[in-house]
Design a protein around this ligand. Structure first.
Ligand code: IPM
Ligand code: MG
Length: 360
């Protein structure tokens, strides 16, 4: 088959890691008889430097007309005045928000699990880690606080800023359905996270999740307040299977969940619309401090490409081949610097990509 993939290399380590993911996809293409056509799209800092805005209408259109999107990372150091001393809607991250909204990617899937052999990198105590953990965070991605009306104004001589958090029942329902569908293929447990003891939007969230749950009698549902969830993640991470939550809570909790795996350089993510279309990106950022050095870990992006094959193209055995190759490379003792441990062989970005290709 032939597939058209829009690639957004972006900023920082983005170009280096996307190069490796393409290398791995091409290897899959050779072995399994597929052709992947790539079209590079500018977004983030590089788009600001070229066009003055973080995402052009043309770039969005190219992404929309592709079969799926592979993204590296966007943004620089938040102190970087070239990209940050401007209105929020002109900063690199605004490109990411705009593409999510523009492509209706309302469901953000972020797996967080403890890799065999990388448990030493986990910052939690052994007794808390227990038998490890394997969860998926399903974060609502196009509503809530990040997309509500906002303004900064002077009221009676005092500066005041307002952000609004709005959710319609339809927005809640469609992401809840995704979470329950995912849970059905896993351990059949959904923990819906909200702040229903304070927020109206959370009370509606709880009500709609309960309605959706009726269609999934096999799935156990539990409601958890977000502050408690933040605590439970470091106290008993093994209890979670699928965590379903709104945009901002998911932003925060997914960073926490990836941190406790000790290997954020390994975690992939997918942002999906109603259908098969998705944008796939590593869970980590653009790491400007190590950009261009050839030492970034490309595995999260490579695993994001595997997610693309599975979710958007239904190429399960090809996705398995990538995931198995990653496991083999780790078992063979190869590590990039972020996951390096005693007795292992340290490799750079391109070498890691090559080693994974050799195992496909
Ligand atoms: C993420 C990031 C983005 C978000 C930023 C860069 C806008 O933190 O993907 O989690 O908050 O969604
Ligand atoms: Mg975030």
């Amino acid at each position: 088959m032939e597939y058209r993939i829009a690639t957004i290399s972006g900023d920082g380590i983005g170009p280096e890691i996307v190069t490796e993911a393409k290398k791995v996809l091409d290897r899959v293409g050779t072995v399994y008889g597929h052709t992947f056509h790539y079209e590079e799209v500018l977004m983030g800092g590089i788009s600001i430097d070229t066009y003055g805005v973080p995402l052009t209408e043309e770039a969005l259109e190219t992404a929309r007309n592709s079969d799926s999107v592979l993204l590296g990372a966007v943004g620089g150091n938040v102190g970087n005045s070239r990209w940050y001393d401007v209105a929020p809607n002109l900063r690199p991250e605004a490109g990411l928000l705009a593409i999510r909204k523009g492509l209706n990617l309302f469901a953000n899937i972020r797996p967080a699990y403890l890799y065999d052999g990388l448990a030493d990198a986990c910052p939690l105590k052994k007794e808390i880690i227990g038998d490890g953990f394997d969860m998926v965070i399903v974060r609502e991605l196009t509503g809530g606080l990040y997309f509500g009306e906002r303004r900064t104004e002077e009221v009676n001589g005092v500066m005041q800023a307002t952000d609004t958090l709005v959710y319609s029942e339809n927005e809640i329902r469609r992401v809840a359905v995704k979470a329950f569908d995912i849970a059905m293929k896993r351990k059949k447990k959904v923990t819906s996270v909200d702040k229903a003891n304070v927020l109206d939007s959370s009370r509606l969230w709880r009500k709609v999740v309960a309605e959706v749950a009726k269609d999934y009698p096999e799935v156990t549902v539990e409601n958890m307040l977000v502050d408690n969830c933040a605590m439970q993640l470091v106290m008993n991470p093994g209890q979670f299977d699928v965590i379903l939550t709104e945009n901002m809570f998911g932003d925060i909790l997914s960073d926490e969940a990836s941190m406790i795996t000790g290997s954020i350089g390994m975690l992939s993510s997918a942002s999906l619309n109603e259908g098969k279309f998705g944008l796939y990106e590593p869970s980590h950022g653009s790491a400007p401090d190590i950009a261009g050095k050839g030492i970034a870990n490309p595995i999260a992006t490579i695993l994001s490409a595997a997610m693309m094959l599975r979710f958007s193209f239904d190429l399960d055995k090809e996705a398995d081949a990538i995931e198995n190759a990653v496991r083999k490379v780790l078992a063979d003792g190869y590590r990039t610097v972020d996951i390096m441990a005693e007795g292992m062989t340290k490799v750079g970005t391109a070498e890691m990509g090559n080693l994974i290709c050799e195992r496909i």
